[in-house]
Design a protein around this ligand. Structure first.
Ligand SMILES: [Zn+2]
Length: 691
């Protein structure tokens, strides 16, 4: 390759050097905000020089001097950015947030300089036009094709004035996306429901302890605090007998990003939706949704709408039946009020108890965090032969832990880092991220993978106990981690989770199924105090209740997917009032009044904190069609760990990154594409609505 060989100034900034920590970990202790900021400047300049050299190469384009050169470039920038974004998500600060605000438009500008580089695109287009004569193997052909698609979709083939406008749009979107996420976090940090002992009616011990610890962290040792983390919030809504306090908390929860003043996200949303629509138009699409879906497995908004509509009608009918049952319970108890959104979880919990004799507080002692981590590891051992050994290595926060991952013959696979507890320096939600991805181009590079969750941290000396839903989140994120850890590709572009977003949730959601496999639960769901396995009768009741409240869960999610598709399907969003839009669309889809969207627009980080799931929130349900059908491949054999099925799963899904088109990859695994039937069965929406 022809990139200039100037070594980075590692003496000045240790963050630019190759990582030499244990297992190849970065020097977190050196990663101060100032050094990170400086390292970005150096790394961006260096990558820019590499790109310019590739584009200006006087020799005719070859796969090696163009595509491989691109794949080998930007290593310093990869390193700096991966450390930085792990910190910005999981352990941020005012100083990190300031760097993030400065750097995100710089990164967008840098991406523009690459993807709108006409000389570079000419080389790629030339290679793409004569790919048949280049003697490439299947993976190289895929890499070339992906580069070509990416450049075309970014606008590399357009004229200069259009490119200039696209560049300005991309930079502005980056700034707005960063601001959006920081605003949500600011609203979360600034609120806590501070309570006295007398306000805690209905709360089980674990919730009281957690509220006590949260108050202590906030400097109120004699109080109890309910924060706006999803775990803390949902637990309170589920158990608190105080209707007034439930309402107060719920209102704060759904109004994040909608409180007026500096942290209000509504104007940001309107601007982002308009910029996205304009970008799509410049690129020749009717709307942003058309543009986005063109490179997804779903391909068109119509295909997505067909799936969502099919599920929506059934889910809505089921939710209305659930609502009627809850209202009956309210009335039976002498409540003289119509069920409100802040009542749903509370009365659902009572109904669950009455109908299935299931009590979250009775279940929780069996779902200890460490046991559930063990259950996720054991599943990976039985399916893929992986083992996990805890290692003591320096990480970025004392609550983060690491395990070395090995294969069946003892070979090093990579490092898995789990960072499970909520804290005020962490963004809400749960995600998988990478410090380094697998590849073979620059040697046998092993992945360093991070899972971040927001489980409530117990008071010192107490066990960390999860709800069944939280255990499911743990399995979900671990499924993403395995997708990255098992990756077996040569080129970084195709590694691990670098697949379309409506396919990327297949490995994660599929993994959730093993949490419900009775032999895993019998082994790992043990009482934290006695070590006794979960009683068979309780386990039966837990599994019998799987379809319980699925109307609510499906409506809460699908409404978000429908509104996302709608807002990003607008051809001309000028003058968009997002509050008005949300109200109107919810009426249009006939949203039950007792249910609020899982993510309201002003705090919908999937869509607006960056663009990861914009016009793509449907991805979870699209992937669920795949995962429900994929798990049936195991169920059909009568063995949830069937080795032959597991082998195909590893070869074509978990280990295969983006080597193949998703439909092709799925067909290679299953022999055919799925239908929606398995999903409807899984959610219990296939049968008639119960009385
Ligand atoms: Zn996911």
């Amino acid at each position: 390759m022809n990139a200039p060989q100037m070594p980075p100034d590692t003496a000045r900034n240790p963050l630019l050097a190759e990582w030499t920590g244990p297992y190849g970990l970065p020097p977190f202790a050196e990663a101060t905000p100032d050094r990170l900021r400086d390292a970005f400047d150096d790394a961006l300049a260096r990558h820019r020089a590499e790109i310019d050299a590739i584009a200006a190469d006087a020799t005719p384009p070859t796969f090696a001097n163009t595509i491989e050169a691109l794949e080998r470039g930007g290593r310093e920038l990869d390193r700096v950015a991966s450390i930085f974004f792990v910190l910005a998500g999981a352990d941020t600060s005012d100083a990190i947030e300031a760097v993030e605000r400065e750097v995100s438009p710089l990164l967008a500008r840098h991406a523009n300089a690459i993807y709108l580089n006409r000389a570079l695109y000419a080389r790629i287009a030339d290679l793409h036009a004569r790919q048949g004569e280049l003697g490439l193997d299947a993976e190289q052909t895929r890499v070339l094709d992906r580069y070509h698609t990416r450049f075309v979709r970014a606008g590399a083939a357009l004229d200069r004035p259009k490119q200039d406008r696209l560049a300005a749009i991309n930079e502005r979107l980056a700034t707005l996306g960063t601001q959006f996420g920081q605003n949500v976090l600011a609203d979360e940090k600034s609120f806590a429901l501070l309570l006295d002992e007398a306000d805690l009616a209905g709360l089980p011990d674990f919730a009281r302890h957690a509220a006590r610890a949260a108050a202590q962290e906030r400097g109120h040792p004699d109080k109890y605090a309910i924060t706006l983390g999803r775990s803390a919030c949902e637990t309170f809504l589920q158990f608190s007998a105080r209707r007034d306090l439930r309402e107060k908390l719920f209102q704060a929860w759904i109004r994040r990003g909608e409180n007026g003043g500096k942290t209000d996200n509504r104007a940001i949303i309107a601007e982002m939706v308009n910029l996205r629509a304009e970008r799509a138009k410049i690129l020749g699409f009717d709307s942003f949704a058309d543009y986005r879906l063109d490179d997804q497995m779903a391909k068109t908004p119509a295909a997505v709408r067909k799936l969502l509509d099919e599920v929506w009608q059934r889910a809505r009918a089921r939710a209305l039946a659930e609502r009627d049952a809850l209202q009956e319970l309210v009335t039976e108890e002498g409540g003289n009020f119509p069920l409100a959104p802040w009542d749903w979880r509370y009365y659902t919990e009572k109904r669950r108890k009455a109908q299935f004799d299931l009590d979250e507080a009775e279940l929780k002692p069996y779902f200890q965090l460490d046991s559930m981590i063990g259950a996720a590891f054991e599943t990976a051992r039985r399916l893929f032969g992986l083992t996990f050994t805890p290692v003591d290595v320096p990480l970025y926060h004392r609550d983060a832990r690491a395990w070395e991952v090995k294969d069946e013959s003892g070979g090093h696979v990579g490092l898995f880092i789990g960072d499970y507890f909520a804290r005020s320096s962490k963004h809400s939600g749960a995600w998988k991220t990478s410090l380094r991805d697998q590849e073979k181009l620059a040697g046998d590079i092993r992945p360093l993978i991070v899972n971040v969750c927001n489980f409530t941290k117990p008071a010192a000396g107490d066990p960390a106990l999860l709800s069944f839903e939280e255990a499911r989140t743990l399995f979900h994120e671990f499924g993403h981690a395995l997708h990255a850890l098992l990756s077996d590709v040569t080129y970084p572009l195709l590694a691990g989770t670098a697949v379309p977003s409506d396919f990327v949730e297949l490995p994660s959601q599929l993994y959730e199924h093993w949490l419900e496999v009775p032999e895993i639960l019998r082994q790992y769901a043990r009482h934290y105090r006695t070590g006794e396995p979960i009683p068979p009768a309780l386990l039966d009741r837990l599994l019998a209740a799987r379809a319980f409240n699925q109307g609510f869960a499906t409506v809460e999610y699908t409404a978000c997917a429908l509104l996302d598709l709608e807002v990003h399907g607008l051809r001309d969003p000028a003058g968009l009032d997002i509050g008005e839009f949300e109200r109107r669309e919810l009426v249009h889809i006939r949203m039950p009044a007792e249910i609020v969207m899982r993510h309201r627009m002003p705090n919908f980080q999937h869509l607006f904190s960056g663009g990861g799931y914009a016009a793509a929130y449907y991805s979870y349900m699209w992937s669920e069609v795949l995962d429900a059908d994929a798990f049936e491949a195991f169920a059909e054999t009568g063995d949830p760990f069937n080795p032959a099925v597991a082998r195909r799963l590893r070869d074509f899904i978990y280990g295969a990154g983006n080597l193949r088109d998703p439909a092709e990859a799925y067909t290679a695994f299953r022999g055919r594409l799925p239908t929606v039937d398995a999903l409807l069965r899984k959610r219990g929406l296939d049968a008639a609505v119960p009385a």
